[in-house]
Unconditional design. Sequence first.
Length: 489
Amino acid sequence: MPEVFTELWFIQLVTVLYVIGITALVLLERRRPSAALAWLLALIFLPLFGLCLYFLLGRAGVRRRRRLRARRSVNPTDVTRGLLPLETPLEELEQPLRGLVALALNSSAAPLRRAGAVELLADPAQAFAAMEAAIAGAARQIHIAMYIWRDDETGRRWIDLLCERARAGVEVRLLYDEFGCLGTPRELFERVVAAGGQVLTFGAVRLRYRPLMINFRNHRKIVVVDGDLGFTGGLNVGDEYLGRGLGARPWSDLQVRITGDAVVGLQAIFLEDWLAAHSDDHAEDPKFARQLADLLARPPGHSCGPMLQIVPSGPDLPFIDAIAAQFTAAIASAQERCWIATPYFVPDEPLSLALKTAALRGCDLRLLVPLPRNNDSTLVSLAGASYYDELLAAGCRIYEYLPGMLHAKYLLVDDRVAAIGSANMDVRSFYLNYEVTALFYDRRLTLDLADVFTKELAQALEVRPEARKQLSLPRRLGEGFARLLSPLL
């Protein structure tokens, strides 16, 4: 009997020490309360699985990147903070815009610049043709960062273009996310290296004596050519984004083409990511650092197009939620309308409150998402649907896109602010992924984006409150379970 009591006492002691230890571990991460609580529940009630998942998802890797970033002699996004300001003083902008500009500058060092021209590319075929023409016409430099790059007709065609430019003496740098390209053979990218280009991977998936970065993905889509022509948006490289290939379905997406001084923001973010990928082996080329400083420390030119800021966010940046803050502030500033398109909708509490408050204030608030059966993530779709009832009750209007996958990520506020980029309206994009968004302060561009939204809305079905009331019990339970996991999605 005493031995039994001793064993029970020992088990209780180990259990108490484990709970104290993992609680301290989670609390020291300074996570959002909802995410911290979700992790604590997983670690306590599923200890073995929870611990494996916790360490697999690589928080240590993010801390390490923060330290390496702080030690670097040059940080590209910080360099852009010192760029000479526009001739148009901030005081000449109306008050809501001044606040949004200041928020982006202070949270992410995003300088306010003018573009030479901006073109919305709402047709994926048109967008791919524009990017490929830019790559083929490069004279000095091509910088590309992609989350997904498929080994299919489109992916191989892009590799052919890069190889041809590299052999012609153009500086080619290609950065791809290792998790997003798990199914792509490395031999595809090695062709670029053989042709004289440079290729790096972002985020370790295979364990190479370093922390894994599976949970923290470089979700950015950036193409910069010759330093003054740039593209960003929702498109990765692959046949599926053209509605072709295995399991083909109609694909709706949005890319934006930018020329002129404002491209410096995209260039800075790409170079920051390039250095971060190099930092895994502590390599930093002094020549590259000097080139970076010379490239970014330049005065504004004579671009006379729309004003914009290029805003990055990522888990190793000082303000990891810069894009989330920008979206929330923009929605809160809406007076007449706020229209949003996103493939993945899992709002955090501040964003959810901003949406409901804007609708209750009388703003025309509309949300466009894919039809659940067309979405490639059932769990995320269920989690998003769990927020519909409260949004509908507040006066929001929700639409589900019928033809196929809606992958575009943008919002517009009144006739003065438009945001286009890689970030979805979900917890993963706001707090876990590396993302980029272009914020435009231009009436003409915002109206053009409203036209794009209106055309997509004509092919969507509005979600009605009465239809939501008729959902089956299993469907409601599924939504509730997915919502419980939403802090971790």
